[in-house]
Design a protein around this ligand. Sequence first.
Ligand code: ZN
Ligand code: ZN
Length: 140
Amino acid sequence: MKSPAELTALFRQHGRKITPQRVSIFHALAGNDQHPSAESVYEVVHDEMPSISLRTVYQTLHDLAEMGEIGQLDLGTGSARFDPNLDPHHHLVCDECGRVVDVSASFDDVRLPPRKLAGFRVSSTEIIFRGRCADCAHDA
Ligand SMILES: [Zn+2]
Ligand SMILES: [Zn+2]
């Protein structure tokens, strides 16, 4: 993801309004590897900026996703998750608590044999490894 300053410039370039609320959302996302939902971004930002609405958070996250500055993922955890990590990668997903962890895609040697491709030309591969995270496996 671009830095908050770069995103601010980019939003201006696209004629989108820059407000202190939006900038604080950029900061909440920078370096965030938790794959936050809109709700959890809202919780963080709301602490320092009580005037912000969940709607603004949704709108800003969707704008960023639309501009290709963050990824929007449906990992089956109940709500869309947003990912500032734009490098190709896979995910570990905890079925219990919804924790999402990046797995670097150094092994894009995951290839299907041509007979299984049904004529598709594959351009990217995203694998979801499901299970329980260390904390949740511990409780059981
Ligand atoms: Zn867990
Ligand atoms: Zn990720």
